[in-house]
Each structure stands twice: as C-alpha cells, then as structure tokens.
Design a protein around this ligand. Structure first.
Ligand SMILES: [Zn+2]
Length: 443
C-alpha cells in the first residue's frame, strides 16, 4: 500500500489556475533571459516592435512565432548553436545533433540545469508508464548524437531504475543479455521494434513475447498510438505499449500515456507552455475534446537554447481536457502527424500514419511496411497516389490483395491509391530509429 502514483504529484495534478500563475512567473523569467542573452530574439522582438519584458502568460500570443527555418538559419549565421543560444559553448554540458532534413544537422545544447529539468520531466514520463526504482529498463534507442538515448539513460538512472543500455546495436548480444538479466520495460521507436521483432524471429528463432516485458514506451514517430499497430506490437511482445512524444528542441519526451491510455498527457508542467493553434490561421484555439490543432511550444525553464512560441509542425487531436482517471490534469492528445508530411488529394488531407494503420490491418497478408511516392514538391497530389506495399508471409492472391488494399484506402481514407506490391524484405526496417515512409521525386 501507499505506492506513489506519480513522480511529481504537485506538478502532474496541478490545477489550471495554479499552473497559469506558475507559467506566468517562469515565462517572465525566460523572456528576460532571452532578451539579455540571445542576439536572435533581441533582433526578432525589436523588429516586431515588442517589449518582451511587458509580456506575461495572458499576453503570450502577442509574440511572433519562431519557425524551424529561423532556427536553422540562426545556427548557420552564428555557429555552432545559433543566435538563439543564451550561453557560451563552454557552459554546455552536452551537445546533441538531429539528422536535419537538409543534410546539415541541427544542434541542441543543454546546461546542467537543463539536464536536471529533462530528468524531471522524463521521470514523470517513465513513471506514468510503470517504471519504478529497480525496474529493469532496456534503452533500445541510439545513444550518440540522437537526443533520446543519453537523456533516457540519465533520467532512468536518476529515478534508480536498473538500466540495460543496449542502444540500437548488437541485437544478437542484446537478446542474449536480456535473457540473462530479465527485463521489465523497454523504451524505443516503432521502427526499431519492428526491426527487433524480425531479428528475434528470423535470425535467432526467438519469440519476443518470451522476454517477459511488462511494458514498452515508443516515440520518435507515430505508431504506438495507432490502434492496429499498437495491438500487433502488444500481441507480439505480450506487453502494454505506451505512446510517447517530445522534441529535441524542448524535452525529448513531454507527452505520454498513463495506464488508462486515453491519449498522451502533457507532462512538461513548469518547463514548457503548450498552446494550441488553428493550423490554417495560426490563431490560438481553446482546447476542446475532439478538436484538431497544431502545437506551439514556449520554453519557460531553459538556459541554453530556449525557443519562444515555436511552431513545431505537429498536428494533434485533443482527446481529453478533464482530469484523467489516473488523477493527472495534463491535457491529453493523440498525434495526427507532421504538417510537413501531410498531403492533399482532391481536397482530402492525408497523413502517412493513417495509411500505416490501414496497411497494418492487412497483416499477415502484408508486413505493414510501405512507402508513399509523392511528387518532388507541393502538398497537392493528383490521384491515384502510388504506394509500395510489402507482401507478408501469407500474402495470398496478389491481384486480390492489391484490390482489397486500394478499396480499403478509398473507403477509410477517401483517396485513390495505386498499390504496387513488392516482395517481403524490400522495405524491411534496417535498424534505424525512424522509417522513411514518404519518398519525394522519381525515386
Ligand atoms: Zn491518465
């Protein structure tokens, strides 16, 4: 009895009024911090004719958005961390690098205070997925430049879990060690779990469900929140699968499901302010259950690279605004997809994650692996949309499978696809943390 239900009860169950006051206080601190130290924000606010020292929580939406392009440019103009960095490199504890879409990695630095803030928010996340002191926690995430690995490792140690730091290498050795130690929990990405599933079954003749995992938390890309995909992973590994989400620019994970799995809770109270906006107009939206919204984040407890009203490009559906059965007050969402990945077919918005879930529903006729081929640029696509789909071990009649896939896509997602079936293995996960499901140009 008396088991702690939360990592940080005061924050995770905070009421709206107190959260607002806390956000106001920390926002004022953060705005002064960037005004005094960041050449990028000094210029941005001056050009907009804004006095950031007069802004509080209730006037936050008067500040202009910061975009990914601005951050990229700021980093090119003032290397290495950019004009939005507020401390010199000598005060930085660690530098992470994201792959970046244009080839040039985007860098993120953290100070020791930032690292403590990450540990705090990440511990809330891990706790909500059942991690406790002594939990054998397998970190199946790349440990190097990638933001998640080392941060997870730090936070799990911080909460006295027993870390099994396999990273994303040496799968054969990993499975051997895990059978020696036993394992309770795993944190990874959907793509990497697919890779591990194939590796265990095909190379080692091992049933992943035998490992005895109780839960896994998956992030980095959609998957764990898609019903078909989640169910399949849960059946294969015989454990609970939790959906989680964050970003290198703020906290590696600050949204996660609790045991009730009714959407991902916001867990970054006191560290980040979340706003919801209308993706078309950019105007703030009052969060309501069922609403579709774009996320905007503002750092309020960040020393190194704080971003203000950052338009991250994630579209979400609001699943719940009331206190959850678990007692957490953090708003609950489901990720719909990245604005950049969305394409429009004859007026219908399509997200690759929705296509993923339809194709997964055809297992074992398909493996669930697929690739959407789009024109080199533009979001408007003429039908039929070419989609490569990998045949599964029980594909059956190929003509019939192709027809059934096209028909289901047309019924569920309201667009016409031209499905091309490819042999099993052609699109198999390679051991990377993320899949590339949209290929642009004549690949
Ligand atoms: Zn909950």
């Amino acid at each position: 009895m008396g088991e702690r239900r939360y990592w940080n009860e005061a924050m995770e169950t905070i009421d709206a009024g107190r959260l607002w006051r806390l956000e106001d206080e920390r926002l004022r601190w953060q705005l002064r911090w960037v005004w005094e130290r960041s050449s990028f924000y000094r210029r941005k606010f001056s050009e907009a004719g804004i006095d950031p020292l007069a802004i509080g929580r209730d006037s936050l939406d008067e500040l202009p958005f910061t975009t990914k392009d601005e951050v990229r440019r700021s980093q090119e103009e003032e290397p290495p961390l950019g004009g939005h960095a507020c401390v010199p490199l000598s005060e930085v504890l660690r530098v992470h690098a994201s792959s970046g879409t244009t080839g040039r990695p985007t860098l993120v630095g953290i100070t020791s205070a930032d690292a403590m803030m990450w540990n705090e928010v990440l511990a809330r996340f891990f706790w909500s997925t059942g991690v406790r002191p002594g939990t054998r926690a397998w970190v199946a995430v790349s440990m190097g430049w990638y933001i998640a690995g080392l941060s997870f490792y730090d936070a799990l140690q911080h909460m006295h879990a027993t870390v099994l730091p396999s990273s994303n290498t040496e799968a054969a050795r990993t499975f051997t060690v895990l059978q020696q130690t036993g394992v309770d929990f795993m944190v990874s990405s959907p793509s990497f779990v697919s890779y591990l599933t194939n590796f265990a079954r095909e190379r080692l003749g091992l049933d992943p469900g035998m490992l005895g995992l109780k839960a896994m938390a998956l992030g980095g890309e959609p998957g764990a929140g898609l019903p078909e995909i989640r169910q399949q992973i849960e059946e294969t590994w015989r454990c609970k699968v939790y959906d989680a989400m964050g970003t290198a620019d703020f906290v590696p994970v600050m949204w996660s499901e609790c045991e009730f799995q009714a959407g991902m809770h916001f867990l970054g109270q006191g560290a980040v302010i979340v706003e919801f906006i209308d993706p078309a107009t950019g105007k703030p939206l009052e969060p309501e259950e069922g609403a579709l919204a774009e996320l905007v984040y503002t750092a309020i407890q960040r020393e190194c690279v704080p971003l203000i009203r950052f338009r991250i490009g994630d579209l979400v559906r609001i699943e719940g605004v009331e206190t959850c059965e678990c007692g957490r007050t953090g708003i609950r969402i489901r990720c719909v997809g990245r604005v950049d990945d969305m394409f429009i077919v004859q007026g219908v918005n399509v997200f690759p994650s929705a296509v993923a879930d339809v194709i997964a529903s055809f297992k074992p006729r398909t493996t669930g692996e697929f690739q959407i081929r789009l024109p080199a640029s533009g979001t408007r696509v003429d039908p039929p949309v070419p989609i490569l789909v990998e045949c599964g071990p029980e594909a059956g009649d190929l003509e019939e499978l192709k027809r059934a896939l096209q028909e289901t896509i047309r019924m569920k997602l309201i667009f016409r696809a031209d499905v091309k079936l490819v042999p099993q293995g052609e699109l198999a996960p390679t051991g990377a943390m993320k899949r590339k499901v949209v290929v642009r140009g004549d690949a």
